[in-house]
Ligand binder design. Sequence first.
Ligand SMILES: C[S@@+](CC[C@H](N)C(=O)[O-])C[C@H]1O[C@@H](n2cnc3c(N)ncnc32)[C@H](O)[C@@H]1O
Length: 184
Amino acid sequence: MVDEVYSPEEDSYLIEKCILEENLTNKKCLDMGTGSGIQSKAMYKAGARNIFAIDINYKALFASQKNNHEITQSIRFVESDLFSKISNEKFDFIAFNPPYVPSGKIKWKDLDGGKKGRETIDKFLNQLPNHIVNGSILLLLVSSLNNPDEIIDILENQGFITKIINSKKFFFEEIFVIRAIYIK
Ligand SMILES: C[S@@+](CC[C@H](N)C(=O)[O-])C[C@H]1O[C@@H](n2cnc3c(N)ncnc32)[C@H](O)[C@@H]1O
């Protein structure tokens, strides 16, 4: 794994497992915050052949490309702050394991989500409606430290039907995977 790129942790494996349960054949997919590329690989295994891997950290894009070298023909790697460089793209399936830990609680910058761990998540949620179509599915990893009920309310107000499909408890927090389907 390339240095300065988030190596897969418990959160990565929790959302990876959920991706592997999807049928992504013929779906246009987005691996937001690709990091090591673990979720792009999972999307490929779930049938996807049209995957966008996005990261703000160019080193992550190199790592994702290297770790997915057998399947790069199915992945477009784009250095972008969230959707900024792919403003016209819409997706059938999006997975995001975001930086979600409140600043001050961790030194690892790939997990630093700013105030209440919500800065990147809130920006992402704000941009999301421009990048979905009827039936789009979102898998979003959040922590009990992020006020997940409020995140679920935001998604439901945008027209998503939500369900928590996986979770794991640690001594200081619990992490959840929210599965949200957009119904127009
Ligand atoms: C917790 S890591 C997850 C990495 C990988 N997807 C996984 O599941 O192991 C979060 C990733 O999001 C990226 N990231 C953080 N802010 C971002 C932003 N504004 N736009 C795109 N990617 C971002 C980080 O560089 C990092 O690679």
